[in-house]
Design a protein around this ligand. Sequence first.
Ligand SMILES: [Zn+2]
Length: 310
Amino acid sequence: MNTNRFVVLLAFCLILKPANAGVAVPEKERFFIVDSWVSGFFYGFFSSKECRFGNAWHRANRTAANDVKIWGGLFISDPNRKFGGRLWEHVSRFTWEFPQTVTGLVYAHAENTFFGNADTVRYKYGAVSITGRRGLFFGLGGPAVTLGNYIIGDDNLSAKADNPFFQHEYGHYLQSRRMGLAYFGRIAIPSLRSEHGDYKENYQSHDYHPAEQDANRRAFLYFNSRLTGFQNDTLYSSNVFSENKGWDFRRNPFSGIGAEIILRNRTVRYVDYTNPEHLASLEKLRVKAQWYDYLFIGISGFYNSYRYNH
Ligand SMILES: [Zn+2]
């Protein structure tokens, strides 16, 4: 993508904003949705040389619908939880997890409206899964990120418990719910800076960073305890990773716990949810926020990164 297209698009958004009288949505909201529609129109128009207006029309409607769904994501909750849990999920989003909720909301809109990237927006287990046509930030960022209940990823992400990207990112949402204001300092910033410094002395790659391992741990426990049949994963029966059912132990590995199995000449650590010893050993991967993560919100992330990586 080209900066030119982005600038043209921004200019049109600004010019066309006042032209939306008569739409039955509040003033502020109307601006956002129409912005998205216009932006989608241009992205669609330039997406292919054939059928430009057809593409523009479809993409415009899709982008505007995504915009509404992204806003709606503020008001969803996890049907797997009881009434009290769902109530707290709503309250927490606007209080305890407020910084990451706002960042997630703004970034999701940026990917949809300004970067023209969002393809589908789906709600799952209280999270909003936004699948892009390419990676984050014009493909320069990673494959996925989680901010509050917003999970934003490339076209490998899909809002299903069996999807390895969704599994792992949902673990970050669980961390956010648990740690609240400490999320940036304890999880997000250290995770972004995972492969810096002498990290190899402590862990082999990003996936083995303590914040990532803890996300895997939380999601693994969540899906196994709430979804019947999740335990019946394909790892023992299939060598085809793309047909994965249940936890994906290769893409979302566990470090130093469970049993070793060999798949395609690779060692994978398998954690059996029905094995009490395995479950107990998962505790070793738990990450807890510290008092200074709440006192120095976000800033503690740089200190924590250093501690993790050296
Ligand atoms: Zn992660």
